[in-house]
Write a protein that binds this ligand. Sequence first.
Ligand SMILES: [Zn+2]
Length: 130
Amino acid sequence: MDDATRCPCLTGLPYGECCGPLHRGERSAPTAEALMRSRYSAFAAGEADYLRATWHPSTRPGSLELEPGRRWRRLDILGTRAGGPFDDAGEVEFVAFFADDDGTRGQLAERSRFVRDAGTWFYVDGDVRS
Ligand SMILES: [Zn+2]
């Protein structure tokens, strides 16, 4: 993804000043919400390695297949609990909207749990809401 492109997580910043440096391993996410945003952007940009790397080892899947032909169109952060620079755990509630190549549109609503291990935030798991 081009650094000048608007970041998929919709902060309004260019990718090169938002989630790009996280995907490239140049910076790590300071908060659970920042990690959540960068993981959403990784789905949008097809960065499967980043998704695996930011998944906590205790719950990380053996392999990860991204849905082919799925375009992630919008992320709404609905709320956060803890997950700040001085916390070791946090939750982020969000809705992500997608459109598939066959015209199907859908959304994923989840309350995700994150932990911080040795200063690095990881995604643990989440409760999907309908
Ligand atoms: Zn971003």
